[in-house]
Design a protein around this ligand. Structure first.
Ligand code: ATP
Length: 592
């Protein structure tokens, strides 16, 4: 996906505000959580006031030789009450803020997935799956981490810092000013480092996406990797990406590890000064010992929020970069959209397909299909043949509107497909691709995918028509057999027959079939062929044909070459013509 470092460099991008809409539904809880956070901070600082009173009362008692325990008991009881209240406030703060953060992230993940589903095929051509996944999974996780442990802590620490400073000012303005004098140097160091940390965080994110890509490719293509004995080659690619990731982490660790001690060192310089001047004030009698000890311990406590705030730059910068990428993704619009008030294609539509002067290119100025005119009557089977790269798959992809024609129009039963709702158009079409895709789950669920409203009888009937019932029943768990990610444990032919059963259950008017090129054994081939015949019966079928038997039996053969239809006719007609098809036949199918 395009990276724009200049914008990332700026850090806070106003478009990130878009993400606030995800928090809006939970604003009551958020406000309550903020209230609890403020109460918690106030009570934390109040402790120091009680501590000071306790010390002064004690020192006063010693000095005046009055031995009444009453004030001490009172202060101690207040302390117990205070800790009780603090505990409740802490619970409210943690529970409510985490609730809001996690619910927001849940909604965001769902919105992202929904958004991804709505994107056109063009988007999935341009962006690698690894990168898209890294965005939906990692970036949301980064944001989640930053909000749960980051934003909530930032807020708590900020409040504690402000309230604490307020009390320090009240206790002794002079000493507080002394502490504040150290602040500019801290801010300077912080700003200098955080810019470099931001750049490094970006590099880490990118390297994680690269690792995902290499891993994804190497595992999805493991069969190819093994057959070429390229394990070492793939491993070395992985090692390279891993090393880049480690180098970025190492540099990042150096930067963040320097930042915290620097801030701490500067801060401790301030405290040494406080101790010296404070001691001097107590000796002079302008400050009580209780005040100095409370001042000093509170100031020491405030260094924690300060340190946490400076250490958080890393998380915050990461989160900003992640938020940026998420907003980028959410702002991308699908290339293919419906018109306002689209027509619904009825489910019993006859299924006549017509392409009128259709041209198409994946990239502007590079036409892959040129001036295609094609009519497929309801129930007719058209075989699409042509050399590799001729544009057969592209043509097939245009009918369910996976891509938009560059010019011309495609009509289904007289309706321009651009005027139809995408769901009703695609509901009328079943696509059986070359590569069978089965989802993790049971065989039953995989067939049911074709029509979620079907009952068991219909599923079994579809499996029977697809020649799959026999082998499914022979399995130990029958239809409830769980198949792995890519249908592990089933033969190629069995997988194809499950995919055919799924398409049969969908019962579409139009069928787009990309015949598998990989040869099955004769028996399996016959079973698949018969299943396909059952599937094609009475449906308008466009088949990207690889088998001679399919081509010979087709009502019409359309020969495509370099994006253009060069010949149309039946097998006999085209052979007799002795043209392109004849040459293709001689080269490819004669031996079949
Ligand atoms: P094959 O029989 O090898 O599958 P085909 O006839 O189905 O080939 P297509 O896959 O439609 O041919 O490809 C036609 C042309 O379009 C080729 O030049 C190919 O490189 C290009 N092409 C295919 N898919 C894309 C894509 N997603 N993005 C860009 N170009 C593409």
């Amino acid at each position: 996906m395009p990276q724009e470092p200049s914008r990332r460099e700026r850090g806070l991008d106003l478009r990130n505000i878009d993400l606030l809409r995800f928090i809006r539904p939970y604003k009551t809880r958020l406000v309550a959580g903020i209230g609890a956070t403020i109460s918690h901070s106030l009570v934390t600082v109040f402790f120091f006031k009680l501590f000071k009173d306790f010390l002064d009362t004690m020192i006063d008692s010693i000095a005046t030789s009055r031995h009444s325990l009453r004030p001490l008991t009172l202060i101690s009881l207040t302390l117990v009450g205070m800790f009780l209240f603090k505990g409740i406030a802490y619970y409210g703060q943690r529970y409510l803020t985490t609730y809001v953060a996690q619910r927001t992230m849940k909604d965001l993940r769902e919105a992202l997935y929904r958004h991804l589903q709505s994107m056109s095929m063009e988007f999935f051509d341009k962006n690698k799956v690894g990168q898209i996944m890294s965005r939906t999974v990692n970036d949301v996780a980064i944001l989640e981490g930053a909000i749960v442990s980051g934003a909530i802590n930032v807020f708590y620490n900020l409040i504690t810092l402000v309230v604490g400073m307020g009390y320090l000012l009240y206790l002794n303005p002079k000493l507080t000013v002394l502490i504040l004098a150290v602040f500019p140097s801290i801010v300077y160091v912080y700003r200098k480092y955080s810019r470099r940390i931001r750049g490094m965080s970006r590099r880490i994110q990118e390297s994680v996406a690269d690792i995902n890509d290499v891993l994804h490719e190497g595992l999805v293509g493991i069969r190819i990797v093994k057959s070429f004995v390229r394990e070492d080659y793939e491993f070395n690619r992985f090692v390279r990406e891993n090393e880049a990731n480690f180098a970025a982490h190492r540099k990042n660790a150096q930067l963040t590890a320097t930042l915290s001690p620097m801030v701490e060192l500067l801060a401790s310089l301030g405290f040494t000064l406080v101790l010296w001047f404070g001691g001097y004030e107590v000796i002079r009698g302008t400050m009580t010992p209780g005040e100095l000890i409370a001042f000093f311990t509170l100031a020491l406590m405030i260094i924690n929020p300060l340190k946490a705030l400076s250490g958080l730059s890393h998380t915050v910068q990461n989160a900003l970069a992640a938020a940026d990428r998420i907003v980028d993704l959410l702002n991308q619009r699908p290339a293919i959209t419906e018109i306002a008030n689209p027509k619904e294609l009825p489910s019993d539509t006859p299924g006549r397909v017509e392409l009128r002067n259709v041209s198409f290119g994946y990239h502007p100025g590079e036409l892959v299909l040129r001036d295609i005119n094609l009519e497929i009557e309801p129930g007719e089977t058209v075989a699409l043949v042509g050399p590799s790269g001729a544009g057969k798959s592209t043509l097939a992809d245009l009918i369910p509107r996976f891509y938009e024609v560059t010019s011309g129009e495609i009509l289904v039963d007289g309706h321009d497909i651009k005027t139809l709702s995408l769901a009703s158009l695609r509901q009328a079409i079943a696509v059986v691709p070359q590569e069978t895709v089965l989802f993790a789950g049971s065989i039953y669920d995989n067939i049911l995918y074709g029509n979620l409203g079907a009952d068991r009888e219909e599923v079994v009937a579809a499996a029977q028509a697809a020649n799959a019932h026999g082998f499914i029943s022979a399995l130990e768990h029958g239809y409830d057999t769980i198949i792995g990610e890519k249908g592990v444990g089933l033969s190629g032919g069995q997988r194809q027959r499950i995919a055919i059963a799924r398409a049969l259950l969908k019962n579409p008017r139009i069928l787009i079939l990309d015949e598998a090129t990989s040869a099955l054994d004769t028996q399996s081939e016959a079973l698949v062929q018969e299943a396909l015949e059952n599937l094609m019966r009475d449906r308008t079928t466009l088949v990207i044909a690889h088998r001679l038997s399919t081509i010979v039996e087709a009502d019409k053969i359309v020969v495509l070459d370099r994006g253009q239809i060069v010949e149309v006719g039946t097998h006999q007609e085209l052979l007799a013509k002795g043209g392109f098809y004849h040459r293709l036949y001689e080269g490819q199918w004669q031996e079949q």
